[in-house]
Design a protein around this ligand. Structure first.
Ligand code: SGN
Ligand code: CA
Length: 516
């Protein structure tokens, strides 16, 4: 072969290699990670709870129909920032340093899934709620809400500036997400986080949905009037719907018949984001219902139930917009031919109480708030209609997504990949217990700090400042009403669980300082 010829064939080989590499990269899945804020599984119809039957979420359900639904997925620390930090790092709160919402900012110099994907040729973006105080790192593009964000005409922060956007927060986040998709570099795979504010407190629906559930009566949970007997911390909280909700701010109640003034509203600046015209239409939308309240003589119990209905009607109306947003995104992916090679995940930063135990909010290790909805699709890899019943946790999200992208998770990530659970390659061994640790006391809603262990059957928790323990048999008592820690027959179970809990704390390297 002449020199010229061999040079030419070398060049051809190089070109072939480069185009192979490109094709390979193209085959890497895109990831659309949708996380809403405080969206309880009870309010997603794919989970089949009675409430959601009256307020279905057909678009979110599509993800489960075309892919998998996780029936036993949990967070490690049921509160916003900490859950998000666990998702990004694959680590428990004490390891990523973001243990409370009121912490100093998230340490953005640490390793995160977005940084790892970025280093592996992904384009990364986060749009919507961030709530980690420090600015996002590891994202090529970010457009985030300020702190909790607002429902109406919210501020959005970018690298460049902070701009007030006119409109409804869920619709705006969807619009910005689609705009980013439209303008992205189409030669690279992408990792996109769309983080909704809804259905977070104070549950302001989009104007078109003010009346959506006005006449719907939602089933009141059996334990709505819980007396918290035998449960110290449950008796001390301040997250009771009929006692602790703010009648103006949360429940949109006014001062009397035909009044335009809201009852107690400690943060008038929130609803104050509306324009005067928007505010008028908002007050008007609730007028008949609010007048009826004053015209009807009600007992305390009836008022408590009335408040539950108002809460549910608004909460679920905000969910309606989230569901619509998911539908829009799924349609967009399909239209653009991206649906086949894109993993779509829908989840929430934690679970939430929809009146169980009389509550709203989260924080406790009880099922409704420790639980986290999780639905996921990846055509050709996850069989439609897959149900995952193994115990999974938000620390597993990062290693799982990395493994779907063919990237091995760094050894210091504490979660494990659940890829085999959804791709029909169930491992022989899977974890049989989860570790949980909530730190934020003192804090909003007065939930005492606690840690604990959850197995399929039992939950053992310790309110460690007070040294008070609770034990539940989830098979016999799924609503965790009956603390059986003092039942002599439970001694062997308790000893066993305490031992496993200590092992988990050792495995996850929980420092002594975090345990007392
Ligand atoms: C706000 C809420 C609280 C809520 C925390 C944390 N009050 O302070 O009810 O527990 O956020 O929520 S609000 O009326 O100002 O919304 S989290 O989702 O960010 O963890
Ligand atoms: Ca939240």
């Amino acid at each position: 072969m002449t020199r010229k010829k061999s040079l030419f064939s070398c060049l051809l080989m190089l070109l072939a290699f480069a185009s192979c590499k490109k094709a390979e990269q193209h085959q890497r899945p895109n990831i659309v990670f949708i996380m809403s804020d405080d969206h309880a599984a009870q309010a997603i119809s794919a989970y089949g709870h009675p409430v959601s039957r009256l307020a279905p979420t057909p678009n979110i359900d599509r993800i489960a129909e075309e892919g998998a639904i996780f029936l036993d997925n949990y967070c490690a620390n049921s509160i916003c920032g900490p859950s998000r930090a666990s998702v990004l790092t694959g680590k428990h709160s004490h390891k990523n340093g973001f243990m409370r919402n009121w912490a100093k900012g998230f340490d953005g110099t640490q390793q995160t899934i977005s940084k790892i994907l970025q280093q592996n040729g992904y384009q990364t973006a986060v749009i919507g709620k961030w709530h980690l105080i420090s600015k996002p790192t590891g994202f090529d593009y970010w457009k985030i809400l300020n702190d909790q964000g607002e429902y109406n005409n919210p501020d959005f922060i970018t690298e460049k500036d902070t701009v007030k956007s006119m409109g409804y927060v869920t619709d705006l986040i969807t619009k910005y997400t689609k705009e980013w998709l439209e303008h992205r570099d189409k030669n690279k795979p992408f990792f996109l986080m769309m983080n909704h504010k809804a259905p977070h407190r104070n549950w302001v629906p989009a104007e078109k949905y003010y009346h959506l559930y006005e006449h719907v009566k939602f089933p009141v949970p059996d334990n709505y009037f819980d007396d918290y007997k035998g449960r110290f911390a449950a008796s001390k909280q301040k997250m009771n719907i009929y006692r602790d909700m703010y009648e103006g701010h949360d429940l949109k109640m006014v001062k009397g018949i035909n009044s335009d003034s809201l009852l107690y509203d400690p943060w008038p600046q929130v609803l104050g984001r509306m324009t005067p015209e928007e505010r008028k239409r908002f007050i008007e939308a609730y007028r008949d219902r609010n007048n009826d309240f004053y015209k009807t003589k009600m007992t305390d119990k009836e008022i408590a139930e009335w408040k539950y209905q108002r809460y549910m009607q608004d909460y679920l109306a905000t969910v309606k917009s989230v569901d619509e947003s998911v539908g829009e995104l799924l349609d967009y992916l399909k239209r653009e031919g991206l649906d086949k090679n894109t993993i779509v995940i829908y989840t929430s930063d934690q679970g939430f109480y929809l009146g169980e135990h009389g509550w709203f909010d989260k924080r406790f290790m009880y099922e409704e708030s420790m639980g986290m909805p999780l639905l996921m699709k990846y055509p050709g890899h996850i069989e439609p209609g897959t149900k995952v019943r193994e115990l999974t946790q938000n620390i597993d999200f990062a290693p799982s997504l990395l493994s779907f992208c063919g990237i091995s998770a760094p050894a210091d990530m504490q979660g494990v990949t659940f890829k085999p659970l959804v791709t029909g390659k169930k491992p022989k061994q899977w974890r049989d217990a989860l570790y949980y640790h909530y730190y934020e006391f003192p804090g909003f809603h007065d939930v005492r700090a606690h840690y604990g262990i959850k197995t399929k059957r039992y939950k053992l928790m310790c309110f460690y400042k007070e040294k008070i323990w609770e034990l539940y048999d989830l098979e016999k008592d799924p609503h965790e009403m009956n603390n059986i820690i003092d039942d002599p027959q439970m001694k062997p179970v308790i000893n066993q669980l305490k031992e496993e809990l200590a092992q988990l704390q050792q495995q996850y390297e929980v420092p002594e300082s975090a345990k007392n």
